[in-house]
Design a protein around this ligand. Structure first.
Ligand code: PMP
Length: 447
């Protein structure tokens, strides 16, 4: 049973009443007893209202890839808000929307050069699924309406993303799910523990898709959606050959492949996209987060020319796709994204991340042998440190690591009993060392 937070005495921090903001994905009662607040940020550092400095080991929520408070982005946002604060993109538009779409398409995998704008990763997920259904309908295959996700996949919290997502807790509290959804198994195998980078043996795992196709018939399946590297469930790195094989099977059966690159896009894996890094091109590619360096909500779906043209060319005269958002290609988000892409490019941040990868890997795996650590996984500038759960209290140990690291000045992220790390790409080797040393120290203290 939930206690009535509103009925308890108002919880205050810095004079703010904490009871009215119902925080997402949060144990509100617990948080509000001992709130940890962030008041400002620059570069690699957050500051609390008391002035304590916290080294950002998570790029906010996997989004601040160029580091906090970049002056060029701040200026672009301010200028845009003063020049054109809002413009509809239904039947009207503004020039920067087209400019951003062109700039994005230039860094997308070849062929994915039609861009649909959203405001978040969740909206990108649902948009990509709807485009997949519209595509099959447009080519006279409206019977293809099944969707396939993956266990431990995360595609946001809207109805489509929730349904194809594979996290029980995100689904079981809500009674209505999209019908016709299946899930592939996740790719985590305990035997792969402490593998550096990609484990081996992915193609055989992806063959499971053939079994689902045999079960339902390819003529009923619209799309398969996966995160190339699953982020939110603890950095699950695709075994070698897995994504390649998914691509082969989907192509052979006329099924669309959607990569959710909300986390892996914009340099996180040492390239503009994981698609580029793994050499596997999907039909649709979802983005958000790093697109504006986390400053203003924005997302996008890059769509293949074939999928786009099929829908557009088959439409009755008039509107082609009855889908969109008031804030699709919002001028302020567009300005933020253009300034962000400029920094990524000018500073060569994707290549910089790639160059840091070996160092990151070595530092992450230095935690092998630390108390409670049962696995270390890494790819690009992502790492997952998996802990043995405390008996009877799953997640409690990792949560304690999170709190203690925060109080010692390092921000980590926790999902279940996994510590997930993804610093801004401007992180220095000394800061990388500090992040992992801090975690190691806390684990030793807890033991
Ligand atoms: N897809 C993936 C792969 C994500 O990691 C996330 C967010 N962590 C989302 C979708 C949802 O994004 P948002 O929270 O912006 O809706």
């Amino acid at each position: 049973m939930l206690e009535d937070v509103a009925g308890s005495p108002p919880l205050r921090s810095n004079e703010a009443d904490l009871s009215t903001f119902w925080m997402p994905f949060t144990n509100n009662r617990f948080f509000k007893k001992n709130p940890r607040l962030l008041a400002s940020a620059s570069g690699m550092t957050y500051r609390t209202p008391d002035g304590a400095e916290i080294l950002d080991g998570t790029a906010g929520l996997w989004c601040v890839n160029a580091g906090h408070a970049r002056a060029e982005i701040v200026d672009a946002i301010a200028r845009q808000a003063a020049t054109l604060d809002f413009a509809p993109t239904f039947q009207l538009a503004h020039p920067q929307a087209f400019e951003l779409a062109s700039r994005l398409s230039a860094i997308m995998p070849a062929g994915l050069d039609r861009i649909f704008f959203t405001n978040s990763g969740s909206e990108s997920a649902d948009t990509s699924l709807k485009i997949a259904l519209a595509y099959h309908l447009a080519r006279g295959q409206g019977g293809r309406n099944r969707l396939i996700g993956r266990a431990r996949g995360y595609h946001g919290t809207n109805f489509g993303g929730m349904a194809v997502g594979g996290i029980g807790g995100n689904r079981k509290g809500f009674q209505t799910q999209l019908p016709g959804v299946d899930h592939l198994s996740h790719t985590y195998r305990p035997a792969d523990a402490f593998t550096r980078g990609q484990p081996a043996g992915g193609a055989a795992m992806a063959d499971e898709l053939e079994a689902l196709i045999a079960l339902h018939g390819a003529h009923t399946i619209a799309a398969v959606i996966v995160e190339p590297v699953a982020g939110s469930t603890g950095v699950l790195v695709p075994p070698v050959g897995y994504l390649e094989r998914l691509r082969e099977i989907t192509r052979a059966h006329g099924i669309l492949l959607i990569f959710d690159e909300v986390i892996t896009g914009f340099g996180r894996v040492g390239a503009a996209t994981a698609s580029e890094r793994f050499g596997v091109t999907p039909d649709l590619l979802n983005m958000a987060k790093g697109i504006t360096n986390g400053t203003v909500p924005m997302g996008a779906v890059a769509v293949s020319r074939d999928v786009h043209d099929t829908i557009v060319n088959s439409a009755e005269p008039g509107i082609e796709l009855f889908h969109g958002y008031t804030y699709s290609a919002h001028p302020v988000a567009t300005a933020a994204a253009l300034a962000t892409l400029e920094i990524y490019e000018r500073d060569g941040l994707f290549a910089h991340a790639r160059a840091l990868e070996d160092h990151w890997e070595t530092a992450a795996h230095s935690l092998r042998g630390a108390p409670h650590v049962v696995d270390v996984r890494n790819f690009g500038l992502m790492a997952g440190i998996e802990l043995a759960p405390r008996p009877g209290a799953p997640g409690a140990r990792a949560m304690e690591v999170f709190h203690r690291c925060f109080d010692e000045g390092v921000l980590v992220r926790v999902t279940g009993d996994i510590i997930a790390l993804s610093p801004p790409l401007i992180v220095t080797p000394a800061q990388i060392a500090r992040i992992f040393e801090q975690i190691g120290k806390v684990l030793t203290d807890l033991a």
